[in-house]
Design a protein around this ligand. Structure first.
Ligand code: SF4
Length: 474
């Protein structure tokens, strides 16, 4: 396994991480003469899809002979895989590119490249804004990276590739995974939903599903590499359909893979939860009792302006059916406050929905318009900034209180924890996740290692974390 540096900003309809990890060194396969000494540093911003794409890029370039380094100052090629969801994410990435540019002073042959959603969003304007960038590749262009790098090595002008390819699934490329206990498998690319606030369909193109045989092959490969947990990824993951197999079938098929003990998926869309999918989730103990269900707003009028394709009633019906069939399932969500035209009554409807559903946790954001989206073109961003700020503080406080109560209910219970590593706050403690995606911190004990599943009796909690002690090794 190799670590790819990850800096998470934010994402729509997906859970996010704030983790940043250092790169490890990947021993190269037999390198071609042209690339023998080339070292690659990849830095990733954004959601899990971007993280999975970085693993794909590393896999693609590793087989071309590139050697991954965790030393940015020793890299011959620096690729920054970017996020375009929010404007501040783009600003932050441009600032970082400017910082990285200083390494060209010591290494004039250094190639500095930008990949991912932001490349697709800004196109050749990036080169105008940051002329020191040598390479720009959109999410469907990674296969061209080796040729682009070769051309740059040969002295060509900055290379751009931003074409969309509906047939591109990167089927023959085995990702080189980031160090960790969870293996990501991208099962869909793109999105057809066109939510009015979202840039994703414009930067990731139309929706397409990876053939199920390839998904199962990747899950089997992860199991062979020692992973016990996989996460199936897609912008609207539960819309998966490859012409033969739908998402319910795919879950069942991946659950049959020996060695894999936990299956997660993100992010599903609330409008696509047929009973057969919930039955498939309930049928296998390997499918984790946790669903990230992005609400965005609790008001029908706001949801309609957001073009979210469901009403509060539909959302509540999904929640009811999930909780009936999978008792104890944890539900997390995304909420946007201050969307165009959001009245106090509409905001109150969101609060009411939060009180009703009582999510385990939530990612909460103030609306900010993204150029190119329907809401930016057609709706006025008319909720004053101070009102957005007040509403955001309000929902954060409400969710904190709900999460606190929900986590407190775990005290005295024993939960199974997949150990991820050492706690960042307390070096004597380990941490991991329950199947319901709760983070648990517990004292280190002899014999307990990363990637083990251990029972932990919970004795304390905060809104964000459970604390306890291992009661026996698994
Ligand atoms: S368009 Fe909607 S469903 Fe698609 S990624 Fe954006 S928020 Fe999610």
């Amino acid at each position: 396994m190799v670590a790819v540096s990850l800096v998470s900003l934010d994402s729509m309809d997906s859970t996010e991480s704030t983790e940043r990890t250092a790169n490890a060194v990947l021993e190269p396969p037999a390198a071609s003469a042209a690339t023998q000494a080339r070292s690659l540093y990849v830095e990733t911003y954004g959601c899990q899809m971007n993280k999975a794409d970085s693993e794909l890029i590393v896999g693609l370039l590793a087989r071309e002979g590139y050697r991954v380094t965790d030393r940015v100052d020793r890299a011959d090629v620096i690729l920054v895989n970017t996020c375009a969801i929010r404007e501040n994410a783009e600003q932050r990435v441009l600032g970082r590119m400017s910082e990285l540019n200083r390494f060209k002073t010591a290494n004039p042959d250094l190639i500095l490249g930008l990949c991912g959603c932001m490349s697709q969003h800004l196109g050749d304007r990036i080169i105008e804004r940051a002329p020191y960038i040598d390479l720009v590749a959109g999410p469907d262009s990674y296969r061209r990276l080796p040729d682009m790098l070769r051309a740059l090595d040969a002295g060509s002008e900055p290379a751009l590739s931003l074409t969309w390819d509906r047939a591109e699934h990167y089927l023959d490329i085995d990702p080189v995974r980031e160090a960790g206990v969870n293996g990501w498998v991208t099962i869909m690319r793109g999105c057809d939903k066109m939510c009015s606030f979202c840039i994703v369909p414009f930067v990731r193109g139309r929706e397409r599903s990876t053939p199920h045989g390839e998904v199962v092959r990747q899950v089997e490969r992860l199991a062979a590499e020692g992973y016990r947990e996989v996460t199936l990824l897609g912008q609207t993951v539960n819309k998966y359909r490859d012409g033969e197999v739908d998402f319910a079938d795919l879950l069942s098929r991946t659950a049959e893979v020996d060695g894999i003990e936990r299956i997660r998926f993100t992010s599903p869309h609330p409008a696509h939860f047929p009973d057969r999918l919930i039955e498939a989730m309930a049928a296998s103990p390997k499918i984790c009792p946790h669903t990230h269900l992005p609400l965005q707003s609790g008001a029908p009028e706001t949801l309609s302006r957001m073009r979210r394709d469901y009403t509060p009633e539909v959302f509540l019906d999904v929640v009811r059916r999930l909780r009936e069939r999978i008792p104890g399932i944890a539900l997390t969500t995304d909420i946007i406050v201050g969307f165009c035209g959001e009245t106090e009554e509409e905001f109150e409807a969101t609060r009411e929905m939060m009180r009703t559903v009582r999510f385990d946790s939530a990612f909460m954001f103030k609306y900010s318009p993204r150029p190119g989206t329907a809401s930016h073109k057609r709706l006025a961003d008319d909720v004053p900034e101070e009102v957005k700020g007040r509403r955001l503080t309000d929902v954060i406080e409400m969710q904190k209180s709900i999460s606190e109560t929900r986590n407190r209910a775990y005290r005295g219970k024993t939960v199974n924890v997949l150990v991820e590593g050492r706690s960042r706050r307390d070096a004597d403690k380990l941490f991991g996740k329950t199947d319901a995606f709760k983070t648990v911190v517990f004292p280190e004990r002899e014999g307990i290692e990363t990637n083990m599943i251990v029972p932990v009796r919970v004795s304390g909690s905060t809104p964000f974390t459970l604390f306890g002690d291992v009661v026996a090794t698994a």
